[in-house]
Design a binder for this molecule. Structure first.
Ligand SMILES: Nc1ncnc2c1ncn2[C@@H]1O[C@H](COP(=O)(O)OP(=O)(O)OP(=O)(O)O)[C@@H](O)[C@H]1O
Length: 212
């Protein structure tokens, strides 16, 4: 474990439906790290991200935030965490702007310009469109817009590139690099190759099938 780790896994074990998804998994994630969790469908990537984000509990082991168990420092950890799951908290019956506004407000932000942020994810002109009427990629961009306005150091992102076009993926990669360069970290899953984040910059953690 390194001294300045933002988040670390210590002996994490996860068992689902009589299958060990991972066992005694330990690693530390430092400021500047970009980590890709790899593995086939069902290997346990989402399960690991949810445990790291404190959304579900491991069978054994602990997640630490700056060397303290996340269960002992929930408020500080949650303030420093941005988690985007598969569904990403976009409500179909709200507009793109209402969704972003809602998500920023529940994260405690008060001073922002939704239209300016939506422009950064190429949603100018779609601010008042219902999210349920947006394309899959635009829907995903509505969720991802939060990344352009937040102060959390730890980003945990489940399949952020799903339905995003090539240019959008590159913009996200630039954003991840900027975030890491400014002292944050990004932990993500994707089945896509990242063209801009080179291997010397990316740490990969592979999960594979194992049976009890
Ligand atoms: N809450 C749960 N209860 C029971 N089984 C679960 C639960 N969550 C996940 N699983 C099972 O654990 C396994 C791993 O699921 P997980 O979603 O973590 O995989 P993944 O690697 O993210 O897959 P994908 O690439 O398809 O998104 C699957 O077989 C899934 O059915």
């Amino acid at each position: 474990m390194t001294a300045n780790a933002l988040i670390s896994a210590e002996g994490l074990t996860c068992i689902r439906e009589e299958r060990i998804l991972f066992d005694d998994l330990s690693f530390a994630i430092n400021p500047g790290d970009i980590i890709q969790i790899e593995g086939p469908n069902g290997a346990g990537k989402t399960s690991l991200l949810r445990i790291l984000a404190g959304l579900s509990r491991p069978y054994a082991g602990a997640v630490k935030y700056r060397h303290e168990d996340i269960n002992a420092c929930r408020d500080e950890f949650n303030e420093d965490l941005l988690y985007l799951g598969h569904l990403a908290g976009v409500k179909s019956e709200l507009t793109a702007e209402e969704n972003l506004n809602f998500n920023l407000r529940i994260s405690g932000y008060a001073d922002y310009d939704c239209r300016e942020i939506l422009a950064k994810v190429n949603l100018s002109g779609f601010e008042e469109a219902l999210a349920g009427h947006l394309s899959a990629g635009q829907h995903r961009r509505t969720a991802l817009a939060r990344l352009w306005h937040n102060s959390a150091k730890i980003w945990i992102l489940d399949e952020p590139f799903t339905a995003i076009d090539k240019r959008g993926v590159e913009e996200l990669e630039h954003l991840f690099i900027r975030h890491a360069d400014s002292g944050g970290c990004v932990i993500l899953t994707t089945h896509q190759d990242m063209g801009l984040i080179k291997d010397d910059r990316l740490r990969k953690l592979r999960l594979d099938y194992r049976f009890l």
